[in-house]
Write a protein that binds this ligand. Sequence first.
Ligand code: NAD
Length: 440
Amino acid sequence: MATKKKKRPSPTPKVPLTEGITPASAFDNALVQFNRAAKIIKLTPDQVAVIREPRRIVECKLPVRMDDGSIHAFKGYRVQHNIARGPAKGGVRFHPDVSLDEVKALAFWMTFKCATIGIPMGGGKGGVIVDPTRLSKGELERLSRRYFAEMIELFGPDRDVPAPDVNTNPQVMAWFMDTYSMHHGGDYLPAVVTGKPLEIGGSVGRSSATAQGMVFCVRRAAAHLGLSLSGATVAIQGFGNAGSFAAKLLREQGCKIVAISDVSGAFTHKDGIDPDVAIAHVEKHKTLAGFHRVKGVERLADPMKLLELPVDILIPAALENQITGKNAGRIKAKVVAECANGPCTPEADDILEKKRVFVIPDILCNAGGVAVSYLEWVQNRMGYYWRYQRVLEDLEHMMNTAFDTVLKTALQHDVPLRTAAFIVSIERVARASELRGLYA
Ligand code: NAD
């Protein structure tokens, strides 16, 4: 008698939207942010048409042989938003909620992020609709290689250079690089992707770069606001690459991390969470689930309430659309430092501005990741690798220069930092387009 095969859960599940969050189009939100700045600098309709919309959108079917012999067809995207200032640059996200709208928004923000910190790169982003926690390592490798192979003509050190994003990591970048190399006669071609493991051409300081860049911004913001970081309280939503390094590095600045969260829940400790203990917990258990068993740690019944805690600094480091018109009025933090991309909707921005919350926008605050990705790309092309101190000094210089330029622009136009960052970056992209004749 034939044994009945156990049905395997789909690797592309529909994840219910977080309760209380209004589903908003991330790309529409991005366009509102753009329009606010474009109006101030009086961009012409021709300039708007060239700069605002994505340059290229690719959607691919990605058939992958699963371990049980079946074939699952995943869906993947790559969007190149703008390449006026350099090759498209931006991560690849593996997540069940990935959509074309989201990838377009993320690619759009990359264009203006690269321009804000002044690196010679454009904007791109990719994504695959998948829950990678439901894949074996072999399935994940086959999916990663299939994604890169299907889009191979788009990528290249002078064309489009991906990097890690949510649920992708240095190992996935290593498979991307190897797939690209295989399609080019087996040569060693590391500059096609950044965020690689150190052993195959990664840069020292890349894994902590996003959080490190945020810390440089927070230090500047604190000096501007007269806020002491020693003893300042911090809540962090998201405890992956960006969030966990944010906890570690802010604690080194003397801050007290009173709340952290991830997909499994939110946890608080009134005397401060030790980031090393939380990181060790995630290394062992994959998520923060069960972290409330650590002495003094409590679990919040509603994880979204982490955003509303009475802290000095709030760090969204998970996904888009977390602070909206619905909960922005209840935010009590003095500073919101956006490690995540697009965590605040324009409606939330307006409320936070009225409440005089100092929001350090994503296209400035989390630009440290792409800044060190750029340094990795430069090192790959030179074949000469720098010490950590040199990378850190370059990152600090880029972040501080960008922060000061954006703050000065904000004060000059009497606008929030987000609009100021868009003013600075749109002007740079517009000038590059004009010089290249892309309005022709
Ligand atoms: P990651 O996959 O390493 O971590 C994501 C974290 O968010 C995980 O801890 C996950 O559990 C948590 N999370 C997911 N949904 C959540 C929810 N609803 N509530 C609370 N936590 C939730 O990803 P990452 O690289 O740290 O990226 C996080 C954010 O930072 C993203 O918006 C990403 O685009 C942005 N970012 C990352 C980099 C980088 O270099 N990694 C650079 C710039 C911006």
